[in-house]
Design a protein around this ligand. Sequence first.
Ligand SMILES: [Zn+2]
Length: 230
Amino acid sequence: MNLGPGRMLPTHRSALNRRQYRKAIRLYRQGKIQWADKQLAGIRTDLRKSLRAQQVERCYFCRQLVYQERRNACEDIEHYLDKAKPRYRKWAFSPVNLTMACHPCNMQKGSRDLGDAAMRASKSLRTGSGSFKWLHPYFDDFHLNIEVHPGWIYAVKPNAPRAAEATAMLRDLELDQIKRIQKTAQRYHDLIARAVVVMNKLIERNEIDRPRMKWVTAFIASINEELRWM
Ligand SMILES: [Zn+2]
């Protein structure tokens, strides 16, 4: 199963550099608008699309599928260094600070500060600027450090170059705990139940045409594929 890239590339840099977004980004950096502001809607959409494609629709941390739960949801874009912290606000649109995460990982990460004192004092976001508490999506290779086994069992690889960071990441995200595995199974079952509800609604309204039918079957097939891995 393709669990996405080991090390991410800042391919969304060009989207972030678009002329029409410059003003909104400046306003955000100055603290005049917030992340959810509609002036940033276009850039959030571009970012989400780019990150989703690169991460093959998977969460950077746990590598499980991230389903678009709500329309216009913007909470799946994850800032590795928390944008809510004033010292990291300047990196809210830094290409190497952006990734996509699932809701459970996002919640588990919370407001944790993944930088060290040197990073907090740094003006630029680079590897040499300081160190990170977890693996970094752009500076470290996930697959060189973590092995994901069927059943969503995670292990730090022997001779992992970033063993301490990989260990901390698995521990803090509780990816090594049975309750997390149970939650994953439950989430997939809930998604199938919801697909059935949607399908029934479409049938009732007589709206079940070929494209919708295709979409629903593809959705169920993708969840089934994930469940086979449990
Ligand atoms: Zn996740």
